[in-house]
Design a protein around this ligand. Structure first.
Ligand SMILES: [Zn+2]
Length: 155
């Protein structure tokens, strides 16, 4: 049945069409060995995007690229980098090696929600300082450990 051949041809054609787009302006770097883990491959592609971005900025500063072209291309690269970044994060999470980071982050978020650490709430302006501090991050008033700012009566 020539269906499989047609399918293989379609895939090969898709790669053939997409590859120069992916590899454009990266030169020899695009032909690094690809027999690596998906995660490493994502990281490598992200590095390539960053290099492209640097090249782009360099050429823009050198006056080789029009401002609006630069803006558009830069936005494209950044979107691509962001996409690769979230893909890597997903790959890392899926691999389980960094699952504890995920847990740690959500645990911290939960802690922050449940306990807004009232001992660092400023008595002057009501700002909830997120960290143990001696002075309010908002108004600079001195914070006393234990919550309420001590009001010393008399002299
Ligand atoms: Zn304050």
């Amino acid at each position: 049945m020539p269906l499989t051949i047609a399918l293989a041809t379609a895939v090969a054609l898709a790669v053939f069409v997409a590859w120069p787009l992916l590899a454009s302006e990266t030169g020899a770097e695009a032909f690094l060995p690809v027999d690596v883990t998906p995660l490493a491959d994502l990281k490598r592609r992200r590095m390539v995007v960053y290099e492209n971005l640097q090249d782009l900025e360099f050429e823009y500063k050198a006056g080789k690229i029009a401002s609006e072209d630069y803006q558009a291309m830069s936005a494209n690269y950044k979107a691509e980098a962001a996409g690769l970044m979230s893909a890597s994060l997903e790959a890392e999470t899926a691999s389980g090696s960094d699952a504890w980071i995920e847990r740690e982050v959500s645990a911290r978020r939960a802690r922050r929600k449940s306990a807004p650490s009232p001992e660092y709430t400023c008595a002057e302006c009501g700002f909830e300082n997120p960290l143990p501090v001696k002075f309010c991050g908002e108004c600079g008033a001195k914070l006393e450990p234990g919550g309420q700012k001590k009001v010393t009566s008399g002299k």
